[in-house]
Design a protein around this ligand. Structure first.
Ligand SMILES: Nc1ncnc2c1ncn2[C@@H]1O[C@H](COP(=O)(O)OP(=O)(O)OP(=O)(O)O)[C@@H](O)[C@H]1O
Ligand SMILES: [Mg+2]
Length: 327
């Protein structure tokens, strides 16, 4: 069995007395898509920085692509790609020239075929000779991901990959990201403050708040932690609250115009009881609302995931280190 692609054990990063990351542990299996969700300042970018070797650990251990990040930082860097939160490309260069520059930085020999395939995958082939300054935000992000994939990494880290994109472009990028995982077999670690993004993309999610993991699991496991489903019920005849509360499993009944909103434990178990108490012929409308990740997040942190910052990270430093190491 291959080793997990990422193993973080009690990773900790302190800035003075401030614990930016506080004893965080998780594993990402080879080929997994792992998401770190958290509000501004939760420590998401700091976790990426320590896992990619950009920042030293204060405490704890991390292994990425089979190597300890502290003892073998260069082995790690050669096996990973990194997409920073802010798009940082050379605007005066074309897409192709940016790939050429990346190949130089990463010392990738025979990069042209792979670069051409990546441009095709990201539907940028027609724009390869256009200056990046003419690219849309979505095209820039796609080119950035292509750059991070050029040296055939085993693991790719993406810090807020769809920040600043409109919903349509965001969805298009989701498909490309899952495709990279499926078709190229690359393990993906991403951060996000978009709950629906983590829900759509990730097989496993950790919710981070003030440097600590407050919950971890599959999207469905996390949603199951918020107890109760809501049933929206419309009936052909007037039904009063007492009658609804008498149905086993109803915790709450709230009128909303002509319909009722019932809070129940599990809709699957509740519906048969409902049909025993109210004849199906009388039911005009029925909708089941499962708990969302948004409600999990609110319940666990008391916060909404808000707008994330757009800091420019040490992207250049990252690749410059790799170049230095390869001499
Ligand atoms: N170089 C640094 N020196 C001091 N404090 C820092 C440094 N880098 C980050 N921090 C602090 O560490 C905490 C975590 O920051 P981090 O950038 O990891 O959060 P984040 O979850 O990525 O937030 P965002 O969603 O805004 O990108 C914040 O309080 C931040 O101010
Ligand atoms: Mg960040």
């Amino acid at each position: 069995m291959p080793e997990d692609a990422i193993v973080a054990s009690g990773i900790t990063k302190a800035y003075g007395s401030m614990m930016a990351v506080d004893h965080v542990s998780f594993r990402v299996p080879d080929g997994g898509i792992f998401g770190l969700l958290g509000p501004n300042g939760a420590g998401k970018t700091t976790i990426i920085k320590v896992l990619t070797g950009l920042s030293d650990l204060t405490d704890g251990e991390a292994r990425v692509a089979g190597f300890d990040v502290r003892r073998y930082p260069m082995e790690v860097k050669q096996r990973i790609g990194w997409v920073a939160a802010e798009v940082i490309l050379d605007d005066d260069f074309s897409g192709w020239e940016n790939l050429w520059l990346q190949a130089k930085l990463q010392r990738v020999a025979d990069w042209q075929d792979r670069a051409a395939r990546l441009l095709e995958y990201f539907t940028l082939s027609a724009f390869k000779d256009h200056k990046v300054s003419t690219y849309s935000t979505g095209m820039r992000k796609k080119l950035e991901i292509a750059l991070a994939l050029l040296h055939e990494p085993e693991v790719i880290f993406m810090d807020e990959p769809t920040i600043g994109l409109d919903p349509g472009t965001r969805r298009m990028l989701w498909e490309l990201i899952t495709g990279i995982n499926r078709e190229y077999g690359i393990t993906i670690f991403l951060t996000s403050h978009y709950i629906e993004e983590a829900d759509a993309l990730c097989n496993r999610i950790a919710i981070l708040d003030q440097g600590k993991v407050v919950a971890m699991g599959t999207p469905n496991e996390l949603k199951a932690r918020v107890h109760g489903d809501y049933i929206e019920l419309g009936t052909a005849e007037t039904v009063d609250e007492t009658r609804l509360l008498a149905i086993p499993g109803v915790h709450e009944a709230r009128a909303q115009g002509p319909t009722w909103i019932l809070k129940v434990d599990r809709s699957e178990e509740f519906l048969p009881h409902l049909f025993e108490h109210i004849h199906p012929d009388l039911i005009r409308k029925i909708n089941v609302a499962k708990p969302s990740l948004e409600s999990v997040f609110l319940q666990l942190t008391g916060k909404r995931i808000d707008q994330a910052s757009n800091e420019a990270h040490d992207y250049r430093k990252f690749y410059a280190n790799v170049r230095r190491a390869r001499g």
